[in-house]
Write a protein that binds this ligand. Structure first.
Ligand SMILES: [Zn+2]
Length: 77
């Protein structure tokens, strides 16, 4: 299995739930086998990470992992 196939297979297994609010963006660079996550709630970035195994694990878990440490910024008053 190529790195691209591994990442695509992982992305394909992420279940789509009911309508959800977009809280972040997961960027996957297939050409260079890199990934990063940008959270729209707190504005922080995770990654980038590189390497097939690391990217596959990152794609699989980053949204859950980040949620545990996401501290949304207070809206300006
Ligand atoms: Zn966050």
């Amino acid at each position: 299995m190529t790195a691209q196939q591994a990442v695509t297979a992982t992305l394909g297994r992420i279940p789509d739930g009911p309508a959800t609010t977009v809280t972040g963006a997961l960027f996957v660079d297939m050409a260079n086998i890199r990934a990063r996550y940008e959270c729209l709630r707190c504005g922080r970035r995770e990654g980038p990470v590189s390497g097939t195994d690391v990217v596959v694990a990152f794609v699989r878990s980053i949204r859950t992992d980040h949620h545990t440490r996401c501290l949304p910024q207070e809206p300006p008053s």
